[in-house]
Structures are given as structure tokens and as C-alpha cells.
Design a binder for this molecule. Structure first.
Ligand SMILES: *[C@@H]1O[C@H](CO)[C@@H](O)[C@H](O)[C@H]1NC(C)=O
Ligand SMILES: *[C@@H]1O[C@H](CO)[C@@H](O)[C@H](O)[C@H]1NC(C)=O
Ligand SMILES: *[C@@H]1O[C@H](CO)[C@@H](O)[C@H](O)[C@H]1NC(C)=O
Ligand SMILES: *[C@@H]1O[C@H](CO)[C@@H](O)[C@H](O)[C@H]1NC(C)=O
Ligand SMILES: *[C@@H]1O[C@H](CO)[C@@H](O)[C@H](O)[C@H]1NC(C)=O
Ligand SMILES: *[C@@H]1O[C@H](CO)[C@@H](O)[C@H](O)[C@H]1NC(C)=O
Ligand SMILES: *[C@@H]1O[C@H](CO)[C@@H](O)[C@H](O)[C@H]1NC(C)=O
Ligand SMILES: *[C@@H]1O[C@H](CO)[C@@H](O)[C@H](O)[C@H]1NC(C)=O
Ligand SMILES: *[C@@H]1O[C@H](CO)[C@@H](O)[C@H](O)[C@H]1NC(C)=O
Ligand SMILES: *[C@@H]1O[C@H](CO)[C@@H](O)[C@H](O)[C@H]1NC(C)=O
Ligand SMILES: *[C@@H]1O[C@H](CO)[C@@H](O)[C@H](O)[C@H]1NC(C)=O
Ligand SMILES: *[C@@H]1O[C@H](CO)[C@@H](O)[C@H](O)[C@H]1NC(C)=O
Length: 495
């Protein structure tokens, strides 16, 4: 019995030796020369100057060899501007572990022969012009850890064989636009070490499988811009290692559950789906969140005050839903916030008077198309990083703070159209707050129409206004006097 086992082992060893003996460095050289021959454009003459017959292939640019056997283990020719197809002979580089020809202009098919590179661990073909289907044979690469095929023109069904290469850690098939298929039910059992998967900007369909929480190492799940449907599976919310969960721009339905164990989540985007129900207060438990985007769904009800616990939050996007009630004042106290986007809901209430001081990092405040009321807090002008201010279509009243624009040196767009704002009566008939915008040198859009200003455009605004201005919209707001000739000097004005 023992002898028999030994004989079999010996035979297997012999077979192994004869297989590896069948190829040698000469095979590698022939394969590389075939690879070179299929490159039709080499703008810097890299290969023609460097891959020359006289030099040992292990000294060629982009090539590394194993020390022991002097066989090619790595081929790295990224960002060389190459044009051409990928020679099928590449499948003869039987010792290859690392293949990176990303960011060139390779066209044509991904050769089936790549599936013969049994030692391959890293395959980078992203940012080329490859077309056709992803070959089924990639499923034979049982040591593959990284598969990057993003930004090509690949199409058709993604072979299921890919989703059972159990060594895979990173899969990026994003931005091929025409890849389709669905995520298999066993994805997490078959890919136990998966850390990163991006399928965004394609045509994937179907429901998300259950059992996603079995992908215990998954950090990034990016499925945005596809055609996924169905309810979000409950255990998706139990992925404890996930840091980035992007599933926006699909057709997901159902509720956001109240029980969530996304203990590491930093960025969560559910934007533009068909989600209904209310925002669960337990969202406030996800204190690792930096960005949350639930915009363009059908969520109703109040914004839970618990969101004020998200003390690392930089972006809060809840626009275009059916949210109502007041914005919990604690939210305006999260000093890390850069963007608050709540436009197109039916939110109401006043803005806190210290807003500009409690949000020193604010770059975008989008509150348009709601039912906010009260005065514009003059502290807005102390949020000096502000670039975008949208307060249009609300019920704001009172005088526009006279120094509103004074400190907003970064401001690019201001909209407070369609409110009931007035002008400071002490300002001798001029719409004087406009002067405060004259030195905002990046201001492109200034929209103040449909208010009750009742005054003339101040001379100094007209002559000093930054030439960056592209749109000045001020209909139906009580401007008196002649059309000022100075506007003819606003050379970038298009509207
Ligand atoms: C590689 O193998 C071929 C035959 O398979 C042989 O002719 C050649 O000399 C070998 N080259 C080297 C460098 O061993
Ligand atoms: C690569 O291998 C294939 C199949 O074994 C063979 O037909 C082809 O000639 C080889 N290419 C080179 C450049 O040796
Ligand atoms: C080819 O490039 C490599 C790596 O840059 C360099 O070491 C080698 O000297 C070059 N060989 C020739 C013939 O230019
Ligand atoms: C892609 O390659 C070009 C040179 O061909 C380079 O300028 C560019 O920075 C590269 N882009 C990336 C993302 O590597
Ligand atoms: C990709 O291929 C298309 C069609 O053949 C061609 O129009 C386009 O210029 C190519 N793009 C690059 C980056 O090579
Ligand atoms: C998710 O976690 C909660 C709380 O730990 C647990 O009650 C629930 O059973 C888990 N769900 C799944 C599908 O694992
Ligand atoms: C998404 O769902 C809506 C209604 O639920 C349907 O009208 C629409 O066609 C769907 N879109 C896609 C891309 O499946
Ligand atoms: C999560 O939040 C809810 C509601 O805010 C709270 O009742 C619950 O105790 C929190 N759970 C954990 C695990 O912190
Ligand atoms: C906002 O923060 C300030 C300073 O940290 C604190 O004094 C105030 O009570 C907070 N307001 C709310 C509503 O949490
Ligand atoms: C807007 O708020 C006012 C009170 O400020 C209220 O009378 C009105 O019904 C609200 N409109 C909507 C659409 O919620
Ligand atoms: C806040 O802004 C106003 C108006 O621009 C300015 O007068 C005031 O000095 C600013 N306060 C601080 C603390 O910067
Ligand atoms: C327009 O600008 C020119 C050149 O700066 C200046 O001479 C002229 O007075 C300006 N016209 C008006 C009406 O401000």
C-alpha cells in the first residue's frame, strides 16, 4: 500500500517535471516577442529600443524573472500608450504571477489563453479598449487575487466561473457599461476572502443574494448604476467590515431596516432607488459614517434627531424625498459637515441663528424647494468655505443680511429665488446687500428673483461686480429704475 502510494507520487512528480521541462526561457522569449509583434503603436519606442534580441529578456523593461529558474514571473507595462491586441501567446508565459498592462489602448478580445496562466495572482487589464465577453477560462486561475477589467468595452454575461475563484480579493469590472449578469447566491461562500468588488456602471440585473454578511472581509461593495431590483436583503445590513456601500442608481425597493450592524461603514449611498418608509433612528448608531446619501427615493416622515450623533459626518444627502417636519437642530451642530443637501422635500422650521459658526467647514448648503421659514441668519457669512448656497423656493422672510457675501470668498452660486425676502429699509432705496457680492471673485450664479426688494441696483455693485458672473436672475423682485448700462461690461454674462 505504502509502496503503491510512493510509486504514484513518483509518477506524478515525473509528469510534473516533463510538463515544466516542455517550456523554458526560450518559450518565454518567443511569447514576449509575439506579444511585442501584436503591438502596433509604441509612441515612445519603449519596446523597439529596449526589447532587443541581444539582451537577456530578464533585463527587458517591464519584465521580472524568478531568481531560481530564470523564468518570467512579472510583466508590467502600464501607461505606455501602447495600441494593439493582446497576443494569445501570452498564455505560454507559464510562470507568470503578475500581469499589468492597464491604461494603454489594447483592443480586441481578452485571450482565452490567459486562463492557462495557473500561477497568475494579479491581472490588471483596466483602462484599455478591450471588447467581447470576459472569457470563461479566467475561472481556471485558481490563485488569482486581483482581477481588474474596469473601463474597457467588455459586454455580455459575466461568466459565473469568475465568482468561484476562491482566492479573489479584489474584483473591478466597473465602467464597461454593457456587462450583465447577476450576483450568484453562493457568492460569499465561494469568495471567502473577497475585500473589494466594484460592478458599477454596467447592466447587472436581479436581486441581491442573501448571505452577503458571509463575506466577512468585504470592505467595499459598489453596485451603483446598474439595474438591480428587489428588496435589499436583511443580512446586507449585517456586513460588519464594510466601509463603503454604494448601491445607488438601481431599482431597489423596500425599507431601510431599524436593525443595522454596519459597524465599519464610512460611506453609504442608496441614492435614486425606490426605497420607501421612514429613516430609522438607528442610523444614528452608525457613528463611523462620513457620508450618507439617500437622495431621490420615496422616504417620508421626520429626520430622526439621532442623526445628530454622527459626529464625523461630512456629507448628508437626503434631497428629493418626502421628508417633513423640522431639521433636528443637532444636525446643524455637526462641525465636520461639508455638505447638507435636503432640497426638494417638505421640510419646515427656521435656520439656527449660529449656523455659520457651528458649521465652519460647510461648502454646500442645499435647502431649496422646501417650506423653511424665518430669517436668513446673518452668520451664514461666517461659513467662509461656502461655495454653494441654495435657499430658493421656501418661505424665508425678512431682510437679506446686508453683509451676506462679504466673507464668502469661495462662493460660486447663490440662489434665494422665490421667497418673501426684503431689503434693509435703512439703505436709501438701493438693494444694498448686493454690494457685498462684488468681491466674490468666483461667483457665477446669482439668483434672487421673485422676492420683494423694491429698490434700485446699487452703482457700486454694477461697476465692481466680479466678471466671473455668468447668470444674474432677478425677475419679479421689485427692481426699479433704468436698465443699467454697466451690465454691458459683465463680459461673462450669458443669462
Ligand atoms: C528550451 O527547450 C528547447 C526544446 O524544448 C531547446 O531546444 C532549447 O535549447 C531550450 N533552451 C534553453 C535555454 O534551455
Ligand atoms: C504558445 O503555445 C501554443 C499552444 O501550445 C503554440 O501553438 C504557440 O506556437 C506558442 N507560442 C509561442 C510564441 O511559442
Ligand atoms: C531596458 O530598460 C531597462 C529598465 O529600464 C534598463 O535597465 C535596460 O538597461 C534597458 N535596456 C536597453 C537595451 O536599453
Ligand atoms: C495613463 O497613461 C498616460 C500615459 O499614456 C498617463 O499620462 C496617465 O497619467 C495614466 N493614467 C493613469 C490613471 O494611470
Ligand atoms: C477604442 O475603440 C474605438 C472603436 O474602435 C475607437 O473609436 C476609440 O478611439 C478607441 N479608444 C482608444 C482609447 O483607443
Ligand atoms: C443581523 O444582526 C442582528 C443583530 O445582531 C441579528 O439579530 C440578526 O439575526 C442578523 N441577521 C442576519 C440575517 O444575520
Ligand atoms: C424601476 O422600477 C419602476 C417602477 O417600480 C419601473 O417603472 C422602471 O421601469 C424600473 N426601471 C428599471 C431600469 O428596471
Ligand atoms: C441603536 O439605536 C437605537 C435607536 O436610536 C437604540 O435604541 C439602540 O439601543 C441602538 N443600538 C445600539 C447597538 O447601539
Ligand atoms: C451645539 O454645540 C454647542 C457647542 O459644542 C453646544 O453648546 C450646544 O448645546 C449644541 N447644541 C445642540 C442643539 O446640540
Ligand atoms: C408650509 O408652512 C406653513 C407654515 O409656515 C404651513 O401653513 C403650510 O401648510 C406649509 N406647507 C406645506 C406644503 O407643508
Ligand atoms: C461674521 O461675519 C460678519 C459679517 O461678515 C463679520 O462682521 C464678523 O466679524 C464675522 N465674525 C467672525 C467671528 O468672524
Ligand atoms: C466699462 O469698462 C470700461 C473699461 O474698464 C470703462 O472705461 C467704462 O467706463 C465702463 N462702462 C461702464 C458703463 O461702467
Amino acid at each position: 500500500m505504502v509502496a503503491r502510494t510512493m510509486i504514484i507520487a513518483f509518477l506524478i512528480l515525473l509528469m510534473y517535471l516533463s510538463v515544466t521541462n516542455a517550456s523554458n526561457i526560450t518559450t518565454d522569449e518567443a511569447s514576449l516577442l509575439a506579444f511585442k509583434a501584436h503591438i502596433t503603436s509604441d509612441p515612445n519606442g519603449m519596446l523597439s529600443k529596449n526589447w532587443t534580441k541581444g539582451t537577456h529578456i530578464c533585463n527587458w523593461i517591464g519584465i521580472s524573472c524568478s531568481k531560481k529558474h530564470q523564468r518570467v514571473t512579472s510583466l508590467v507595462l502600464k501607461s505606455f500608450g501602447f495600441r494593439g491586441s493582446i497576443a494569445t501567446d501570452i498564455g505560454n508565459l507559464s510562470f507568470l504571477k503578475f500581469l499589468d498592462i492597464g491604461n494603454n489602448s489594447f483592443h480586441g478580445l481578452i485571450p482565452d489563453e490567459i486562463g492557462r496562466l495557473r500561477r497568475l495572482k494579479y491581472l490588471y487589464l483596466q483602462m484599455n479598449n478591450l471588447t467581447g465577453q470576459i472569457p470563461q477560462s479566467l475561472g481556471f486561475l485558481t490563485r488569482l487575487q486581483v482581477l481588474y477589467l474596469s473601463k474597457n468595452r467588455l459586454f455580455g454575461n459575466v461568466p459565473l466561473s469568475i465568482f468561484s475563484v476562491s482566492s479573489l480579493k479584489d474584483i473591478d469590472l466597473s465602467r464597461n457599461y454593457e456587462l450583465t449578469g447577476s450576483l450568484p447566491n453562493e457568492i460569499c461562500s465561494n469568495l471567502p476572502v473577497l475585500e473589494y468588488i466594484s460592478l458599477q456602471h454596467n447592466q447587472f440585473v436581479g436581486e441581491l443574494p442573501s448571505g452577503l454578511n458571509k463575506c466577512t472581509k468585504l470592505e467595499v461593495l459598489s453596485l451603483s448604476y446598474n439595474k438591480f431590483t428587489g428588496n435589499l436583503p436583511r443580512d446586507m445590513w449585517n456586513m460588519s467590515k464594510v466601509q463603503e456601500l454604494f448601491i445607488g442608481w438601481n431599482n431597489f425597493t423596500g425599507h431601510i431596516p431599524n436593525e443595522m450592524n454596519l459597524l465599519s461603514i464610512r460611506k453609504l449611498s442608496l441614492r435614486r432607488n425606490e426605497l420607501v418608509g421612514t429613516l430609522p433612528p438607528s442610523l444614528g448608531n452608525l457613528t463611523t459614517l462620513v457620508m450618507i446619501d439617500i437622495g431621490e427615493n420615496k422616504i417620508h416622515g421626520y429626520i430622526p434627531p439621532q442623526l445628530g450623533h454622527l459626529s464625523s459626518l461630512e456629507g448628508l444627502y437626503l434631497g428629493s424625498n418626502a421628508l417633513s417636519g423640522e431639521v433636528p437642530v443637532r444636525i446643524f451642530n455637526i462641525s465636520s459637515l461639508k455638505v447638507i443637501a435636503l432640497a426638494a422635500n417638505t421640510l419646515s422650521g427656521k435656520l439656527p441663528s449660529n449656523l455659520g459658526y457651528s458649521l465652519p467647514n460647510l461648502e454646500g448648503l442645499y435647502l431649496g424647494i422646501n417650506n423653511f421659514s424665518g430669517k436668513l441668519p446673518s452668520s451664514i457669512s461666517n461659513a467662509t468655505k461656502l461655495k454653494f448656497l441654495d435657499l430658493g423656493r421656501n418661505m424665508f422672510r425678512g431682510n437679506v443680511p446686508i453683509d451676506l457675501g462679504l466673507n464668502l470668498q469661495q462662493i460660486q452660486s447663490i440662489n434665494f429665488q422665490r421667497n418673501m425676502l426684503t431689503n434693509d429699509p435703512s439703505s436709501t432705496g438701493e438693494i444694498s446687500f448686493l454690494n457685498s457680492f462684488s468681491h466674490c471673485k468666483y461667483l457665477k450664479f446669482l439668483m434672487i428673483g421673485d422676492n420683494q426688494f423694491n429698490g434700485i441696483l446699487p452703482k457700486s455693485f454694477l461697476t465692481n461686480m466680479s466678471l466671473s458672473l455668468e447668470r444674474f436672475i432677478a425677475f419679479y423682485c421689485g427692481i426699479r429704475g433704468e436698465i443699467p448700462v454697466e451690465i454691458g461690461n459683465w463680459t461673462n454674462l450669458s443669462w
